[in-house]
Design a protein around this ligand. Structure first.
Ligand code: DC
Length: 219
């Protein structure tokens, strides 16, 4: 029996991580985990409970109560908090504006990292996990580690097109979130030393997927 294939894909917002990770998982018959959706679902839960997002202690106290249940099927991605399907609301402006504060709380990260490791350990054939700290922190033994990036304007243009939003406003929000995500104390967005960097600025989606499949084949 071969050991499960674990692929870690990290990078900032709008680098194309989700679409690419899902396509790679589908192509290789692996499970798929969008860890950003877990931080978003945790944020949705905090907002639903009227927790003050400027109070890390209150966030930490509520975090244990949240039952975060992501789908790991690349054909049917989505996420529940307990019985509630929050796949749509977690993409809304409210959650996006709060997620950096919630994901900076160490207790939240500890809980979700444990859950992410458990999900990966139970993926029989393997998994493509995407996020900000997968290669460096969550799954340091991943066979393949990719750091996907693209220049800020290209990332903003993609996000704006995805969500039907204004490019300039999207770029400002993206820059703010990148700054918060890369300067927080616990697990800031950093590149693993052993990650392969793929700059997608001038690449089509198909080219990025092909490039990653080639990296996997050569690993
Ligand atoms: O990938 P995304 O935009 O859905 O991620 C939402 C937020 O979650 C992002 O601002 C940073 C945080 N995040 C994180 O801190 N660690 C991860 N592994 C994934 C996401």
């Amino acid at each position: 029996m071969t050991s499960p294939l674990v692929i870690a894909i990290d990078g900032p917002s709008g680098s194309g991580k989700s679409t690419v990770s899902r396509a790679v998982a589908r192509e290789l018959g692996l499970q798929y985990l969008d860890t950003g959706s877990m931080y978003r679902a945790m944020t949705w839960f905090m907002q639903d409970q009227h927790v003050d997002l400027d109070d890390p202690q209150e966030i930490a106290a509520y975090a244990k109560q949240a039952q975060i249940l992501p789908s790991t099927n690349p054909d049917t991605p989505g996420i529940h908090v307990g019985p509630i399907d929050v796949s749509e609301p977690i993409r809304g402006e409210n959650v996006t504006a709060g997620v950096s504060r919630v994901s900076a709380v160490p207790e939240v990260r500890a809980l979700l990292v444990d859950l992410q490791r458990e999900i990966a350990a139970n993926a029989v054939n393997g998994i493509v996990a995407e996020g900000r700290d997968i290669g460096p922190v969550v799954l340091p033994n991943a066979k393949v580690k990719i750091f996907l990036t693209a220049d800020e304007t290209a990332r903003a243009a993609r996000r704006a097109a995805e969500n039907g939003e204004d490019i300039q406003a999207t770029q400002q929000q993206l820059a703010r979130r990148d700054k918060a995500d890369s300067t927080r104390k616990t697990s800031p967005l950093v590149q693993a030393d052993d990650a392969v960097v793929v700059d997608t600025t001038d690449m089509t989606l198909e080219q990025v997927i092909e490039r990653i499949l080639n990296i996997v084949r050569g690993a």
